[in-house]
Design a protein around this ligand. Structure first.
Ligand SMILES: [Zn+2]
Length: 120
């Protein structure tokens, strides 16, 4: 089961709300088995169409376990582009959909399967 820090979830919710109607995107960092930090990439593109994390800007950092991005809609499912990106990088990917409350978080594996998660 994926474990994530409660304060980090609150931060992501806050950041997604602040970035709305654009998308928010960042990397996730794991500390001792708990996702507890987000890392911003200077090359992340924030736009209306799609939050794109450039493949050329992926951090070489083994504590990075995946990504998070927001959807400014009620759709928490990964797009084709999301699935393609997930399959190339990391092991856990979060999509948080509008309006970015606790039940708007969706966790996916590399293969795009839903993952259970626990808030610590
Ligand atoms: Zn997406």
């Amino acid at each position: 089961m994926i474990k994530i820090d409660k304060e980090l979830l609150e931060f992501i919710s806050y950041a997604a709300k602040n970035t709305y109607p654009n998308e928010f995107a960042a990397f996730l960092r794991d500390e001792e088995g708990v996702i507890s930090e987000v890392v911003f990439s200077p090359y992340s593109v924030f736009g209306n169409s799609s939050a794109t994390i450039s493949h050329f800007s992926l951090p070489i950092d083994t504590s990075i376990v995946g990504t998070v991005h927001s959807h400014p809609t009620r759709n928490g499912s990964p797009s084709e582009g999301d699935l393609s990106f997930f399959s190339h990088y990391g092991k856990v990917h979060i999509i948080v959909r509008y309006p970015y409350e606790n039940d708007d978080f969706f966790f996916y594996s590399r293969n795009g399967e839903r993952l259970e998660y626990e808030v610590i």
